[in-house]
Design a protein around this ligand. Structure first.
Ligand SMILES: [Ca+2]
Ligand SMILES: [Ca+2]
Ligand SMILES: [Ca+2]
Length: 150
């Protein structure tokens, strides 16, 4: 069994801010079960949405991330993501990843047009933000992010 490590930094910060009590138990538990190795990986992923690196992602940071991600995937810049653009994202993914992305693509393409329009992408990203923001303060902390993605 791998040793479990508590994420000290955000936990302590939350305690100091007196905000920890506001974080739902399920989120606290999930965050407390992260190994050191996982934490490294999650920090890397979180850094992509937390652009000013203060351990919290605001709505406006998330909007920037959402728009830039769409633009990066939309390689022919026609404002719609087709399946190869969404699935491959510039280079050929592993079979498992390709299958997972195909599935999300179908879920995000709510009108079944075979493409993900900007509105569909924005709606998907916003729903994701709301789900990650467990304490509903309109920001996603690192702890909330970890609890969501792990
Ligand atoms: Ca496109
Ligand atoms: Ca569509
Ligand atoms: Ca929050």
């Amino acid at each position: 069994m791998q040793p479990k490590k508590i994420i000290l930094y955000p936990l302590m910060a939350a305690l100091m801010l007196g905000a920890w009590a506001m974080v739902p138990n399920s989120v606290q538990q999930a965050a407390a079960q992260v190994t050191e190795e996982d934490e490294e990986r999650f920090r890397g992923r979180f850094a992509r949405i937390d652009t000013n690196a203060n351990s919290v992602t605001t709505r406006s940071e998330y909007t920037i991330y959402r728009v830039s991600t769409f633009n990066r995937m939309d390689t022919n810049a026609n404002g719609v993501l087709d399946l190869p653009e969404f699935r491959d994202q510039g280079r050929k993914p592993s079979e498992r990843r390709a299958a997972r992305r195909t599935k999300s693509f179908e879920r995000i393409d709510q009108n079944g047009s075979g493409g993900v329009e900007r509105e569909e992408w924005d709606g998907y990203a916003d729903r994701r933000f709301v789900r990650m923001d467990a304490d509903k303060d309109n920001e996603v902390s690192f702890v909330e992010f970890v609890a969501y993605v792990k």
